[in-house]
Write a protein that binds this ligand. Structure first.
Ligand SMILES: [Zn+2]
Length: 156
């Protein structure tokens, strides 16, 4: 799949529902016990301001997980078992935290395997962390990426 370039890079106020989604996912990733994987990812699915599913990366895998590694990625974990109807007007937030106290937001762009899984799921919108003050939106249907930059860092 051809990856499209970032369409715009505007500094503006991130709507609170997006901010809340990123923050909730970051909090969950932050609080995860020191586990078997080196990366602290969390994915949450929200609908009408409600969190309907949570996923994280783990060394376990699943028949539906298409990646060649023996790990289950947060995005796939979050979306497994979710009915397509449930994905209408839903969005996925994917976050990775790291650094001291896991207080930094790091790049959490879905890998090619998760991208395929998400495309096939029917989900239309994904937000993921880029850095402490940048969030990206992936418009799945049109495969367009937009970044949103905050004036100040996220406090997580
Ligand atoms: Zn992945």
């Amino acid at each position: 799949m051809e990856e499209m370039v970032v369409k715009s890079h505007n500094e503006f106020k991130i709507p609170s529902r997006i901010r809340n989604g990123i923050q909730l996912a970051a909090k969950i990733a932050q609080k995860r016990e020191k586990g078997s994987t080196r990366y602290y990812h969390c994915a949450i699915l929200t609908k009408k301001n409600r969190c309907v599913s949570v996923g994280w990366n783990s060394l376990k895998t699943h028949p539906k997980s298409k990646n060649k590694f023996s790990t289950l990625h947060a995005e796939v974990h979050c979306l497994i078992g979710i009915h397509e109807k449930e994905l209408v007007n839903s969005q996925l937030f994917v976050v990775r935290v790291g650094g001291l106290g896991r207080k930094n937001l790091l790049l959490s762009k879905p890998c090619s395997f998760c991208k395929t899984f998400i495309l096939e799921s029917g989900l239309k919108r994904v937000y993921y962390s880029v850095s402490n003050n940048v969030i990206a939106r992936w418009d799945v249907k049109n495969d367009v990426y937009t970044t949103m930059q905050l004036k100040e860092n996220f406090i997580i």
